[in-house]
Design a protein around this ligand. Structure first.
Ligand SMILES: Cc1cn([C@H]2C[C@H](O)[C@@H](COP(=O)(O)OP(=O)(O)O[C@H]3O[C@H](C)C(=O)[C@H](O)[C@H]3O)O2)c(=O)[nH]c1=O
Length: 182
């Protein structure tokens, strides 16, 4: 298992070791001892899974304040562009983002610390997205950052005319009006 820190410190790509043989493959997808030693001591409390069709954009979401969630995300079917935006106002990388292609083929995972907005755009016919979070769901603390806020300079590789978003995600707030983290 390899842990590769990204341009935003604390954000990591995790590359699992894949053991292939004539039956198929095996890989360890999470090891608490290795994760805590190489990324951050984290107690994940909830696992999520969603299935989406091509062009679906889920995000950019976060839970505010004490309900913030660190996330360990991966794709078990299909391909997505996964994006995390730094919303920590005291961070040297405030407002910057990491964008990584995650797929069932590359088997990459992305770790996103607390204090980030997160979302993904589906690039395959369908995508099954599964992830761990270190804080449970808190609907009253949910917030959405506008996915196409020019201040974020995120390049989404699907025309907006082809995107499928929830009404919540269509009404995300621009960075200038967003509830930030310390
Ligand atoms: C997130 C969540 C949702 N729900 C319920 C609430 C709604 O009735 C239904 C769909 O929720 P939502 O439309 O918020 O699902 P996504 O758009 O996939 O939201 C996620 O999208 C991006 C990718 C994220 O990073 C967040 O984890 C999360 O906000 O599931 C729950 O019961 N528990 C939960 O933890």
């Amino acid at each position: 298992m390899e842990f590769i820190e990204q341009k935003i410190p604390g954000v990591f790509i995790i590359e699992p070791k894949v053991f292939g043989d004539e039956r198929g493959y095996f890989m360890e997808t999470y090891r608490k001892d290795l994760f805590d030693a190489n990324v951050a001591k984290t107690e994940f409390l909830q696992d999520n899974e969603s299935c989406s069709t091509y062009g679906v954009l889920r995000g950019l979401h976060y839970q505010t304040g004490e309900y913030s969630q660190a996330k360990l995300v991966r794709v078990i079917e299909g391909k997505v562009l996964d994006v995390a935006v730094d919303l920590r106002k005291s961070s040297p990388t405030f407002g910057q983002h990491v964008a990584v292609e995650l797929s069932s083929r590359n088997k990459r995972q992305l770790f996103i610390p607390r204090g980030f907005a997160h979302g993904f755009l589906v690039l395959s016919e369908t995508a099954v997205f599964t992830y761990k979070v270190d804080n449970v769901y808190a609907p009253n603390a949910e917030a959405s950052l506008q996915f196409n806020d020019p201040a974020l300079q995120i390049h989404w590789p699907v025309p907006e005319s082809e995107m499928i978003l929830s009404s919540k995600d269509r009404s995300g707030k621009p960075l200038s009006e967003t509830i930030l983290f310390e």
